[in-house]
Write a protein that binds this ligand. Structure first.
Ligand SMILES: C[S@@+](CC[C@H](N)C(=O)[O-])C[C@H]1O[C@@H](n2cnc3c(N)ncnc32)[C@H](O)[C@@H]1O
Length: 106
């Protein structure tokens, strides 16, 4: 089992990346109410609680897919903190998916 980053440091890094990339968070609120484009973010502390909950029983052969991944924070937390072999997101709205593009960081 490889050594993992602590949950606290992981949250700190993801929040730093968020503030670097999401230059104007009000853009994420540009969706039509009561549609499947409604945007919101699961708390990273909740993601950690899920990963650590023994009822989840995550193992190295599991794959995590966030259908409606927003800017990708949950995907990053699962990649860093869970034993899953794969962590990917699928996002259909152009604004959050543009913020999530890794290539824009390089
Ligand atoms: C409440 S947000 C959650 C974002 C992310 N999972 C998080 O917790 O930070 C839900 C997202 O799902 C996306 N979505 C809804 N239906 C979808 C679909 N069929 N395929 C891909 N993305 C979808 C929306 O555009 C929205 O950005």
């Amino acid at each position: 089992m490889p050594e993992r980053i602590s949950p606290e440091l992981c949250i700190h890094i993801i929040h730093q990346a968020y503030h670097e990339v999401v230059t104007d968070p009000t853009n994420l609120n540009k969706y039509k109410s009561f549609t499947d484009g409604v945007y919101g973010e699961v708390s990273l502390q909740f993601v950690i609680t899920m990963i650590q909950d023994e009822r989840m029983r995550l193992v190295e052969t599991d794959r995590f897919i966030d259908l409606g991944s927003g800017v990708g924070q949950v995907v990053l937390a699962m990649a860093a903190l869970s034993p899953c072999a794969l962590s990917v997101g699928v996002e259909k709205s152009p604004i959050p998916s543009a913020y999530a593009r890794v290539s824009d960081l390089w």
